[in-house]
Design a protein around this ligand. Structure first.
Ligand code: TIU
Length: 220
């Protein structure tokens, strides 16, 4: 067992039954000209997560943790995109043409994971149609098949896909540790509030720690 300094109290996990899950570090959210920027957001706020995520990914691979990546996106014909999701976002409509291909459509450049954090062989990539990584995916089946009990969560954005996934995971019985500097929001105040909500009430949704704590704990 490993013990990591976290809030609201130390988080204990067995690396053999833990997975690192990196949420939606896709070009559409993190790079200029993607969905996030076209929605009017400053992607620089998210790019601060790349280097800490890279270090955590490297440490997790070295420690033999299961690593899972997710991508938000839809089928090319958008048959898996709820109409309600298609009508929001102003001019930036999912499926419309952007500089990195059709927005949030599978197979397009913008939909893919950024090169800095690109998956390697043996790391499942979960394509999800929603904000939560469990909704209409085989993530739970994959985690159960490997006997995974704890999730270390990184990625973007804190209050949208990270928070939704942590809540879905918590309700399914997984213990979740979110790494503060490996997650970010286009709204810094939402980032802080989202983490506060996770760790409040004695860890009602999970625990919060940092990339440095995780890297040093895995190296011990
Ligand atoms: N991955 C994820 O969080 N999807 C979003 O749409 N996030 C926004 O903050 N827009």
């Amino acid at each position: 067992m490993k013990n990591i300094k976290a809030e609201p109290f130390d988080f204990s996990f067995n690396p053999a039954t833990s997975a690192l899950i990196i949420i939606d570090m896709q070009r559409d959210f993190v790079e200029p000209n993607g969905f996030g920027e076209l929605l009017g957001n400053d992607v620089a706020l998210l790019r601060s997560t790349i280097e800490p995520c890279r270090k955590v990914l490297q440490a997790a691979r070295a420690a033999g943790l299961m690593v899972i990546h997710t991508r938000e996106g839809h089928r090319a014909d958008l048959t898996d995109c709820p109409p309600a999701k298609l009508t929001r976002g102003g001019k930036t409509v999912i499926g419309s043409a952007g500089p990195m291909g059709r927005i949030l459509v599978r197979g397009e450049q913008g939909h893919d994971i950024i090169p800095e954090l690109y998956p390697i062989a043996g790391e499942p990539v979960i394509d999800k149609p929603g904000k939560g990584a469990f909704y209409q995916t085989d993530l739970h089946l994959i985690l159960q098949s490997r006997g995974i009990k704890s999730l270390i969560i990184c990625g973007v954005t804190t209050e949208v896909c990270v928070n939704t996934t942590a809540r879905e995971a918590n309700d399914r019985g997984y213990e979740c540790l979110i790494l503060d500097d490996c997650t970010a929001s286009y709204f810094p105040e939402f980032h802080q509030a989202a983490l506060d909500m996770i760790k409040a009430q004695g860890g009602i949704v999970g625990w919060v720690s940092s990339s440095a704590e995780l890297v040093s704990t895995l190296a011990k």
